[in-house]
Design a protein around this ligand. Structure first.
Ligand code: FE
Ligand code: FE
Ligand code: ZN
Length: 301
């Protein structure tokens, strides 16, 4: 049944943020993503805002692997997002951050997932240089030659003292890590727009990215519109086509020739507590803006 939704559209690798609960683990995540017509997804292994985490249940994971196969979902395209409260830029909780991140990597590897998105961190007044040094030091303590998962540092909006809001800063972080073949990038369209990169000229942005970091590092794309104007440093996501980036600009990112193999993940806001992803993905596959999307989402039973 679900295979029909995906059908011949297997070329586009698209999904959304989905939930992951203690009792169903990845099985629940897969079921949810199939309801949206996705062929990949992203989840947190617990609540995003805290570091309490469930043990990974091997029986559920095995069952999930079979489900993935049955539904032609490639596990290599699945993404886990690390909780956003760990802040590697602040050395105050250094030991906790490092040990938490190590455990998170273990969980992710146990799940067979290979892409872990991580916010680089906020320097909280320590300054850019010290903040970046702290991030590099922590990553060097976490990543070694045996690390299987790729840590994808996310491009940030530059809210408060957030680091990673320029390609140069991210490049500095990558360069500082010894085993940096394991360090990749997650590009968030809302965040780069809020950081001042103009998606009206996405080809130029991508060229700049390639020159500074290298396109081969681009491993995940978060597709979100933005509630705020270019360079606002706000980080407030909007539904696809309803914000300042706009539908056509986001389509250019999603269907870009050079980004074909990069999973695209929606993290757009729920509408009156209803997930918008089924409708947004439909609109993206149809390449046609749905100007009553928000009503459709709320009215869906
Ligand atoms: Fe994020
Ligand atoms: Fe994001
Ligand atoms: Zn965000």
């Amino acid at each position: 049944m679900c295979r029909k939704i995906i059908g011949d559209k297997m070329d586009l690798i698209i999904g959304s943020h989905v939930s992951f609960t203690k009792d169903t683990q990845m099985i629940g995540s897969i079921e949810e993503s199939l309801r949206y017509g996705s062929n990949t997804f992203m989840f947190y292994t617990g609540a995003p805002q805290n570091t309490r985490r469930y043990n990974i249940d091997d029986t559920l994971t095995k069952e999930a692997f079979n489900m993935l196969k049955d539904n032609q979902i490639n596990i290599d395209n699945i993404v886990v997002h690390a909780p956003y409260i760990i802040n590697l830029a602040n050395d105050k909780n250094y030991d906790f951050n490092v040990s938490f991140l190590k455990q998170e990597i273990n969980r992710v590897e146990k799940l067979g997932v290979s892409r872990l998105v991580l916010h680089p961190g906020s320097h909280v007044g320590l300054g850019e240089e010290k903040g970046i040094k702290n991030i590099i030091d922590s990553l060097n303590d976490v990543v070694d030659e045996n690390t299987k998962v790729n840590i994808c540092l996310e491009t940030m909006a530059g809210k408060g003292t957030e680091l990673g809001c320029t390609f140069e800063q991210l490049k500095q972080m990558i360069d500082g890590v010894k085993y940096n073949d394991k360090i990749k990038i997650c590009l968030d369209t809302c965040h780069i727009h809020d950081a001042g990169y103009d998606l009206n000229n996405f080809d130029d942005v991508l060229k700049t990215f390639d020159k500074i970091i290298g396109l081969d590092k681009l491993s995940v794309i978060h597709v979100n519109d933005s509630k705020n104007s270019l360079g606002s440093h706000k980080d407030r996501h909007e539904n696809i086509g309803y914000g300042y980036i706009g539908f056509d600009n986001l389509l250019k990112v999603i269907y870009h020739d050079k980004l074909k193999d990069v999973p695209k993940i929606l993290e757009t806001p729920y509408i009156e507590k209803c997930p918008p992803y089924k409708y947004e993905i439909e609109m993206i596959r149809n390449k046609k803006f749905n100007d009553h999307l928000k009503e459709d989402v709320v009215n869906y039973k």
